[in-house]
Design a protein around this ligand. Structure first.
Ligand code: ASP
Length: 287
């Protein structure tokens, strides 16, 4: 979660949901919907992704993102970016316009340039609010930040053709060590999609989600044991909690079952269904 005016966050989440929904409503792909939604949140300066990301211990934003297409099992991921305006867009380009799955740091930024896009200064990502948080935490001593480290953005979608997609974008954890990469861009840990099982995006302390190969752990239970999606997600989250981690998942399967589950006091979350219903929530008490 992140601080600030809650109603602004709720409205921004709704805007992202509506934009993704509009893509699906006109017959667009799940991957396109995921991209559109995540880009709105990356640009908003309200979440820990793109503009508004947490600063690392050196006072620099380092961004990670991944996207996976459940139809093709194509995947793209980027990590350690300092100058790429939309990490999720570059992750998609890695998936669709390169033979690779993951590009990092300056190599990923070279790839961005090769696509004809300008790099942006790191200051673009450093919102005034985050800089202030960083200064306070830094003067109090590294690792002493009271900020809860969950503002990663994610989106999962099911389109009219029955295809699933998942995407996640993050600035990682507050005051992280330079070069640290979390679960979000690790396919199978923070992001996973397979039409045969489900699409999953995670948020939380990435080290725990990587060790549990969390997103794929959910899909594996569905695939190998036919476990219902909610039960599978609860089981994986319980394993993470037992190991000392916290966070949550959003997930969807090809029947349209949605799951938004977390073991923190709240998680910004929302959904829109084809019957027009939907909602945006923050706290667990709203369920
Ligand atoms: N999972 C992200 C990471 O560890 C952080 C978060 O979701 O808040 O990089």
């Amino acid at each position: 979660m992140v601080g600030g005016d809650e109603s602004l966050h709720r409205n921004k989440l709704k805007e992202a949901l509506d934009a993704g929904y509009a893509v699906l409503d006109r017959g667009g792909s799940a991957t396109d919907a995921v991209l559109v939604s995540i880009q709105i949140m990356e640009e908003s300066a309200m979440f820990d992704a793109g503009r508004g990301s947490y600063l690392n211990a050196e006072g620099v934003c380092e961004l990670d993102a991944a996207v996976m297409d459940g139809r093709t099992l194509g995947a793209g991921a980027v990590a350690g970016l300092q100058h790429v305006k939309s990490p999720i867009a570059l992750a998609r380009d890695v998936m669709e316009r390169s033979p690779h799955v993951m590009l990092i740091g300056s190599g990923a930024e070279e790839f961005e340039k090769s696509l004809g896009r300008e790099l942006v200064p790191n200051e673009y990502f450093q919102s005034a609010e985050r800089k202030l948080q960083w200064q306070k935490a830094h003067s109090a001593g590294a690792g002493s930040s009271s900020e809860k480290p969950h503002g990663t953005v994610g989106c999962v979608a099911l389109d009219r053709n029955g295809n699933l997609a998942a995407g996640t974008s993050t600035g990682g954890t507050n005051l992280k060590r330079f070069g640290r990469v979390g679960d979000s861009p690790i396919i199978g840990a923070g992001t996973y999609a397979n039409n045969a099982t489900c699409a999953v995006s995670a948020t939380g302390v990435g080290e725990f989600f990587i060790r549990q190969v969390a997103a794929h752990d959910i899909a594996a239970q569905v695939e190998y044991r036919g476990v219902p999606l909610r039960e599978a997600a609860s089981y994986t989250l319980a394993k993470i909690a037992k190991a000392g981690g916290n966070g949550g998942f959003i997930a969807i399967n090809s029947s349209g079952d949605t799951v938004m589950i977390f073991n923190t006091p709240g998680m910004f979350r929302g959904f829109r269904l084809s019957d027009g219903s939907g909602s945006v929530k923050i706290y667990s008490s709203e369920d």
